[in-house]
Ligand binder design. Structure first.
Ligand code: SF4
Length: 466
């Protein structure tokens, strides 16, 4: 039940919203490649279309035309469990009361078992935490609650990460957890004085692609409701203590470079990460290169700050998904050579600075370094634009257990030896925060072990808190 997903909701009164939702989902394909789905409301009825596969595979023209609807939500999904089961694809639909609703969720709840137990339910009966939330909402509605009241009741008891879009007859709700772990933004179609529609999405490029203007982030704990009459906002959930906790890896790796998060463009933040690395971890070299895609802006920043020429030393097969979000370990390992190939004439005989965004297990990085050496690299100096990833994520990102994480198993020298590079350096947490532009205001639990919301396991010696 671990997901790194994309969500979108589109409302275009008087016009079909399905194509816009499709385009927005397409812009969020990087957030999940296992399944895609949409739920559309029209003429008193919600229709859900979803299946395993990429957005373009799931939605042929005919499926889109048949969907229709002026209010549509969509989802791209990545998970580790139930991935072969199309019924775990989202949006999740429930019939409740005299109507029904559909829900699409990005994030992971951390108290799923407690929520289920309190309701007398078995967690094993549910396909995901999103499925469980839908069931709890349906029960509240059966007792007479409106959908917004049910959301307030159920989500007040939920812990962990959730950015959700929820569709009912005539209304679309966009909700974010009180910590704001996963991103969710609001955009407007048409001019401010006469909007023609509204879009809520995980990342701002999903707004750009449909011609919407970014208005603002959905605030942590806020519910934005969109109807044909416009937008209203509700403080749905009590604020969490401390600053908001947007996942810092959205800046490092997950979000598209053209996304704006909390007012900061991701590409610029990645360049600054590289600049900080160049100042903190200089090395004599002939060429700086990035590991496509998210390592490239940081490599450009490193090159600019160090004065070492920047070059492209790796060619990426554009038709292969990112290895980190491939669900199977064997696929991940094989994925390096499937995805990347070395440009020998650029690399042979050169001392390389290779900039990548992160090291998780270290196996793909080791395979990459071996590939560069085979291609004739004289030296390989790895620079990583995130601090050592030493703690699992429980807030919606699929990461291995702590004992599989390279940084939890080795010190810096041990990691360098495992990977087989000539030198290895990570950006410091202070420099990363500085590059992102947020001294506070991010979750960095996988780097520090300081989890801002309760987690569902006891970590060995983890600050003694859980
Ligand atoms: S633990 Fe790490 S990956 Fe998970 S939300 Fe926090 S910063 Fe992001």
């Amino acid at each position: 039940m671990k997901e790194a997903c994309g969500v979108v909701g589109v409302v275009t009164p008087g016009r079909d919203a399905a194509w816009s939702c499709y385009d927005a989902l397409y812009a969020l394909q990087h957030r999940g490649q296992e399944s895609a789905g949409m739920a559309a409301y029209q003429d008193g009825r919600i229709t859900v279309t979803k299946d395993n596969g990429l957005v373009s595979h799931v939605f042929a023209d005919a499926a889109l035309s048949a969907l229709g609807g002026e209010l549509v939500i969509g989802h791209t999904r990545y998970s580790t469990s139930g991935s072969a089961n199309w019924t775990a694809a989202q949006p999740v639909y429930r019939s409740a009361g005299s109507a029904g609703f559909a829900l699409a969720h990005n994030g992971n709840l951390t108290n799923t078992a407690a929520l289920a137990a309190a309701a007398g339910l078995e967690t094993s009966h549910y396909l995901s935490d999103s499925d469980l939330v839908a069931e709890l909402l349906a029960r509240e509605i059966e007792r007479g609650a409106t959908l917004p009241a049910a959301l307030a009741e159920v989500l007040a008891r939920a812990e962990g990460a959730f950015s959700m879009v929820v569709l009912e007859a005539g209304a679309l709700h966009a909700v974010r957890d009180p910590h704001g772990f996963r991103p969710l933004c609001l955009g407007r179609l048409g001019p401010p004085e006469a909007p023609t529609g509204w879009v809520a999405a995980s990342e701002s490029p999903a707004l750009d692609v449909v011609g919407a203007t970014l208005v603002r982030e959905v605030e942590p704990g806020e519910m934005v409701t969109i109807t044909a009459s416009g937008v209203t906002t509700t403080r749905l959930l009590a604020p969490a203590a401390g600053p908001q906790r947007l996942c810092i890896f959205e800046f490092v790796y997950f979000a598209r470079p053209d996304a704006y998060l909390l007012g900061h463009q991701v590409h610029s933040a990645r360049r600054r990460m590289g600049e900080r690395l160049a100042h903190a971890a200089p090395v004599a070299a002939d060429l700086v290169m990035g590991v496509p895609d998210s390592g490239v802006p940081a490599a450009e920043g490193y090159a600019q700050a160090s004065g070492i020429p920047f070059g492209h030393g790796l060619v990426k097969n554009r038709y292969i998904g990112r290895t980190f979000i491939a669900p199977d370990p064997a696929q991940r390992a094989a994925g390096v050579r499937r995805k990347l190939n070395a440009l020998r004439e650029t690399i042979t005989g050169r001392r390389l600075v290779v900039v990548d965004d992160s090291i998780v297990r270290g196996t793909t990085t080791r395979a990459l370094v071996a590939m560069l050496r085979e291609a004739g690299a004289a030296e390989v100096h790895l620079r990583i634009s995130s601090p050592p990833f030493a703690w699992p994520c429980y807030y919606g990102i699929d990461t291995p257990t702590r004992d599989e994480l390279l940084a939890a198993r080795y010190d810096l020298a041990g990691m360098r030896d495992f990977i087989g590079c000539d030198s290895l350096a990570f950006i410091s947490l202070a420099d990363l925060r500085d590059a992102v532009g947020l001294a506070e205001g991010c979750c960095d639990a996988c780097l520090t072990g300081e989890y801002p919301a309760p987690i569902p396991v006891t970590l060995d010696g983890a600050r003694g808190r859980w």
